[in-house]
Design a protein around this ligand. Structure first.
Ligand SMILES: Nc1ncnc2c1ncn2[C@@H]1O[C@H](COP(=O)(O)OP(=O)(O)OP(=O)(O)O)[C@@H](O)[C@H]1O
Length: 245
């Protein structure tokens, strides 16, 4: 279970300078094991800031974050093993020179056998449409391909919770479908999913819960059928054809 308890985060050096308004302001949220949650909100509403607390990348100014009962600030390594994450701007996320090397790096560090590492790497690269590209050097990838590789790296870890920040950006329709299929499989196998997005297309049918942030505060927290009524007020478009149950 992931538990955010009154989490507030302000950026700024805190060194006498006036600090900015909180990017995340007193958010409490409990995510049960295996839940498929969509986190939405307009630009700058605090989504990325919030999820970066879940694996100890950011620490709250006040409040606390518990990952399976352990404070993520006390044990960020455990939090990072339990909560896998892929970011929108993955420039600093790569550790190897090639696509295959990068996606295999995490599973290798888990001490898995070669067969399992191969299986995970293949499955993760195929889910993002980078199969057959194992030998490509990362510096030759486009921006969109790098984002897909970052998603593959997180998928290959097969963590208990997977947090994906705008994973569908830049994907064409077949690629979206392939990634969505993989997410459905992971969810069916019990992986908790938190997908950060502005674009609810394709996700509302699968998600169990929609949380919307506005100015760092949770303004909607409901199942998709209920959430759709309130989302437009916060600048989130509800896909055509999705109706309140
Ligand atoms: N490293 C940083 N330093 C200072 N302010 C930041 C930093 N990162 C984010 N912010 C500010 O915190 C607020 C929340 O930003 P955040 O990136 O969490 O929002 P978001 O909902 O993920 O936005 P987007 O949809 O545009 O990615 C914004 O006002 C943003 O300008």
């Amino acid at each position: 279970m992931l538990e955010l308890d009154s989490v507030t985060h302000r950026y700024g050096d805190g060194d006498g300078d006036e600090r900015a308004d909180p990017a995340v302001d007193g958010v409490s949220l409990t995510v049960p094991d295996g839940q498929f949650l969509v986190l939405c909100g307009s630009n700058g509403s605090g989504k990325s800031t919030l999820v970066r607390h879940l694996n100890g990348l950011l620490e709250p100014d006040s409040g606390r974050v518990l990952v399976d009962g352990v404070d993520a600030s006390d044990d960020p390594v455990a939090a990072r093993t339990t909560v896998g994450m892929a970011f929108q701007d993955p420039r600093d996320q790569f550790v190897a020179a090639t696509v295959g090397g990068d996606v295999r790096f995490g599973p290798e560090n888990l001490g898995l056998g070669h067969g399992e590492i191969d299986r995970r790497a293949e499955r993760a690269l195929s889910a993002v449409g980078l199969d057959g590209r194992e030998d490509d050097r990362i510096e030759t990838l486009s921006g969109g391909e790098r984002e897909r590789l970052a998603v593959a790296g997180a998928l290959a870890m097969e963590p208990a919770y997977l947090v994906l920040d705008e994973p569908f950006t830049g994907l064409d329709a077949p690629a979206r479908d392939r990634l969505l299929d993989r997410l459905r499989d992971l969810h069916a196998d019990g992986t908790g999913l938190i997908v950060v997005t502005h674009d609810l297309r394709d996700l509302l049918g699968d998600a169990e819960r929609v949380v919307c942030l506005d100015d760092g505060v949770v303004v909607v927290d409901a199942d998709p059928a209920e959430a759709v009524d309130d989302l437009p007020e916060y600048g989130i478009r509800v896909p055509d054809g999705f109706e309140r149950a």
